[in-house]
Ligand binder design. Structure first.
Ligand SMILES: [Mn+2]
Length: 347
C-alpha cells in the first residue's frame, strides 16, 4: 500500500474582495478556508498517509504572511510521510517565494525547476513536479521525462489537461499516458475532474460564483490505484437572477442561510417598488438590475428641464421691478405649461 492525499488550490489568504459588500465577510471567509485546510491536515496526521501532494496555489504569494506558512509547516512536520509541493501561478517559483526561502520541515519537498523529480526508494515511488514560474510554459519539461517503469511514477502538474483555452501548461492527456505516469496529480483548474489516471481535485473549497460543482480532495492508494474523492466542508455559492415580482418567494425557496448569495433583481422599476433587505443570511448581496419604464424615463428628463427653467425664471423674477415681475411670472407659467405639453391659452 502506498497511501496518499492529493490537494490543490487552497488559495490561503485570498482577499475575497468581491465579497466585501457584507462587512467583515472577506476575512471571515479567509479564516474558514484556513480552518478547513487545517481540519484536513489534522485528519492526515491521524491517518498518516505515505504522501501528501499539494499541486500548487496552496497560498496567495501577494497576501500570505510568514505566520500562515509557519502554522502550515507545523502541521506538515507532524506527518511521518512525505509532503510534496509544487508552485502555482498564485504562489510561483521565485527567489522571494516561501517555497525557496522558508526552512520547511525535513519531510517537506518542493519540486520544480531546481529539483524536477525525486525518488523515494522505500516505497519505490518517483515523483515529478512541474509547477509554475513566471512566464509559464513549464509543460515543455514533459518532453525530457523518461519514466523508470520499476517505480510507481507520479506527476504533479499545475496546469490543465486537454483544455485549449488554458493560457499555459495545457497538456495533452495522450502524451501523459505515453510517458507512463501511474498517477497525475493536477492542480490549477478549480473544477474537479478525473480523466483516466489524471486527477484534478479542483479548489479545496469553492472560491468563486462560477466554480460550480463539488470541492474537496483525493485520497487513495498508488498500488491498487483505488482513489476516492472526499468532499470538503465549504459554503456553496449561488448566483441567482430573480424577477422583482418573485423576490418575496426567495426565503421560502432558498433556505440554506450559509450559502453565499448574489441576487440580480430584474424587471421594470416603478416608482414605489423598493427592494426590502432580506435578513438572516450569512452573505447576501442584492444587485438591482431593473430598468426604468420608458415613460418614466421621459418624465425624469423633462422634470430636469422644467426644474432648470423654473430656477432660471425665479432668479430673474427676484431681480426685476414690480411691473416686470408680472410679465416674467406669466412667462414662467406659460413656459411650464408648454413643457408639460398642456394647451397654451394665448390671448
Ligand atoms: Mn492556479
Amino acid at each position: 500500500m502506498i497511501s496518499f492525499y492529493h490537494l490543490a488550490d487552497i488559495h490561503l489568504d485570498q482577499p475575497f474582495s468581491t465579497l466585501a459588500s457584507v462587512d467583515g465577510f472577506p476575512s471571515k471567509r479567509r479564516e474558514e478556508i484556513f480552518s478547513e485546510f487545517k481540519r484536513i491536515l489534522k485528519q492526515a496526521i491521524e491517518e498518516q498517509p505515505d504522501f501528501l501532494f499539494i499541486s500548487g496555489d496552496m497560498y496567495e504569494h501577494e497576501y500570505t504572511k510568514i505566520k500562515t506558512i509557519k502554522e502550515i509547516n507545523e502541521y506538515f512536520s507532524k506527518l511521518k510521510g512525505r509532503v510534496i509541493l509544487i508552485c502555482g501561478n498564485h504562489d510561483p517559483e521565485s527567489k522571494n517565494s516561501f517555497y525557496s526561502s522558508y526552512p520547511w520541515a525535513s519531510n517537506v519537498f518542493i519540486l520544480g525547476r531546481k529539483k524536477p523529480y525525486m525518488f523515494f526508494e522505500e516505497k519505490k515511488v518517483c515523483v515529478y513536479g512541474i509547477g509554475y514560474d513566471t512566464g509559464g510554459g513549464q509543460f515543455r519539461e514533459l518532453e525530457t521525462i523518461k519514466t523508470d517503469r520499476r517505480y510507481t511514477n507520479v506527476l504533479m502538474l499545475h496546469g490543465d489537461a486537454d483544455l485549449s483555452i488554458s493560457t499555459y501548461n495545457s497538456v495533452n492527456s495522450e502524451l501523459l499516458k505515453d510517458i507512463g505516469f501511474d498517477y497525475v496529480a493536477m492542480g490549477h483548474n478549480h473544477k474537479m475532474y478525473v480523466k483516466d489516471n489524471i486527477y484534478n481535485p479542483g479548489s479545496l473549497c469553492q472560491l468563486k460564483f462560477d466554480d460550480e460543482g463539488e470541492h474537496g480532495y483525493f485520497k487513495g492508494d498508488l498500488e491498487t490505484k483505488k482513489v476516492e474523492f472526499v468532499e470538503s466542508r465549504s459554503r456553496k455559492y449561488a448566483d441567482i437572477t430573480i424577477p422583482y415580482e418573485k423576490l418575496s418567494t426567495f426565503e421560502q425557496e432558498y433556505t440554506d442561510k450559509s450559502t453565499i448569495y448574489r441576487i440580480k433583481v430584474t424587471g421594470v422599476k416603478n416608482e414605489n417598488d423598493i427592494i426590502n433587505p432580506i435578513e438572516g443570511y450569512d452573505y447576501l448581496h442584492i444587485i438591482d438590475k431593473r430598468e426604468l419604464p420608458k415613460r418614466a424615463n421621459c418624465e425624469t428628463v423633462s422634470q430636469g428641464i422644467k426644474g432648470r427653467f423654473e430656477k432660471v425664471m425665479n432668479e430673474r423674477i427676484m431681480k426685476e421691478s414690480p411691473e416686470e415681475k408680472e410679465i416674467y411670472k406669466d412667462a414662467l407659467n406659460l413656459g411650464l405649461k408648454a413643457l408639460m405639453n398642456e394647451g397654451l391659452d394665448l390671448e
